[in-house]
Unconditional design. Structure first.
Length: 86
């Protein structure tokens, strides 16, 4: 699902997290997207590519990211995610 560089605004719709067979999600360069990554992102068990760079997304990376075992290509640069040190 390639929706890059369009006029989407606000948070990522949680309905995207119901697309459990989705393999590719590209929302990069949607500068009006804001808020956190949905907690239910971990439901996208088939996801291999996730591009969120160049958005206004912020907050923490959801713990459910650990469920994305097929994820091969991830791009989050130029976002405002929280940094934690361990």
């Amino acid at each position: 699902l390639c929706l890059q560089a369009n006029q989407l605004s606000g948070p990522i719709p949680t309905d995207f997290c119901r697309l459990t067979k989705l393999v590719d999600l590209r929302l990069h360069s949607c500068s009006r997207l804001c808020g956190p990554i949905p907690l239910l992102i971990g439901n996208l068990l088939s996801l291999e590519t996730l591009y969120l760079h160049g958005t206004g997304l912020s907050g923490d990376i959801p713990p459910s990211f650990i469920n994305l075992g097929k994820l091969k290509d991830l791009s989050l640069h130029s976002c405002k995610f929280s940094q934690t040190s361990q």
